[in-house]
Design a protein around this ligand. Structure first.
Ligand code: G3P
Ligand code: CA
Length: 307
């Protein structure tokens, strides 16, 4: 009987103990928690780089939304991944005579068209009839959609292409951020801004020529990134953004970057391209919890493993 009472008391005591929560995962600046970045918006479920994709990303709980940036002929930043318009718009139908021929193939560079012309294009139908009429957003329209609701991580895409045409992407990017009071760290706590690029020159120009104090992230998709080589990146960037394959080939890259105080953001997680993992959620979980990366770019922000 006494044993029974002791056991009952012990069981009651254990039940009364507070559940010990798992300590929150540590991440490096500029992130404050394992971070969900909507790649081109919620681009698995809506046409990439449209307001519909950005709004869906917010609905899916993205911490940051990613706009890739290109420039129009009249120098306006627009959100688009490619330097050309034909993959994601109906430019071939609307402007059939404005193509450039490259290696025997017709192409329609963004920089050959003014904003007014690009505004006529349908950027949604290629993804599905229900998205017909979606437009190519300007960077300003993207900011108007996301500001106050999530962070923004613009990528300077092919700045050298625009430089050859006398357009300065970094200068325009900082001007737009300044006009929106987003050009300094913590300027708007609800809208942190991080700038990313595959171009080291672009990041250096932002920091040295345009006094950019925002966190800068250097993208790469291949190569042997030793700790020594990372030290060179640290000279001009605050974080690295390797692709998944680079991290899987050498997971020690994450520890090396962290030891230098650099955050690690990995791309790109999407359904149907998950390698040995059963789902995109399982793949993101592995990178965030086992490999300890700080943030992921994903087409499927609704699948981000939270909690
Ligand atoms: O910016 C991260 C990731 O988006 C890089 O790849 O080609 O989709 O811009 P991409
Ligand atoms: Ca990108």
């Amino acid at each position: 009987m006494r044993l029974f009472v002791v056991l009952a008391l012990f069981t009651a005591l254990v039940a009364a103990l507070p559940v010990v929560a798992e300590p929150p995962a540590k991440v490096l600046a500029p992130y404050t928690r394992p971070t969900n970045i909507a790649h081109r918006g919620a681009s698995a479920d809506a046409p990439e780089h449209t307001i519909a994709a950005y709004e869906l990303a917010l609905k899916h709980g993205a911490d940051f939304v990613e706009p890739d940036l290109q420039m129009t002929k009249d120098g306006v930043l627009v959100c688009m991944h490619d330097t050309t318009l034909e993959r994601t718009t109906d430019v071939a139908k609307v402007f059939p005579d404005r193509a450039t021929e490259v290696k025997g193939k017709k192409t329609w560079p963004v920089a050959d068209f003014t904003l007014a012309e690009i505004a006529k294009l349908d950027a949604g139908s290629w993804k599905g009839a229900k998205f017909a009429g979606a437009r190519v957003p300007t960077f300003q329209q993207m900011i108007d959609t996301v500001k106050g609701k999530a962070g923004i991580i613009p990528e300077t895409k092919a700045p050298e292409v625009y430089g050859k045409r006398g357009l300065n992407m970094e200068k325009e990017l900082m001007a737009v951020l300044r006009a929106n009071k987003l050009d300094a760290p913590n300027a708007d706590p609800k809208t942190p801004v991080v700038i990313q690029s595959f171009s080291a020159e672009s990041l250096k120009a932002l920091r040295n020529d345009h006094a950019c104090k925002l966190p800068l992230v250097y993208l790469f998709g291949a190569g042997d990134w030793s700790a020594e080589k990372l030290k060179g990146v640290k000279e001009f960037a605050d974080g690295i953004a390797p692709n998944k394959a680079v991290v899987l080939a050498r997971p020690g890259l994450v520890t090396d970057a962290h030891a230098l105080g650099m955050s690690v953001t990995v791309w790109t997680f999407r359904t149907g391209q998950t390698g040995k993992f059963d789902s995109v959620k399982a793949e993101m979980t592995h990178f965030l919890r086992e490999l300890k990366v700080d943030a992921v770019f994903t087409d499927n922000p609704d699948q981000f493993p939270r909690g």
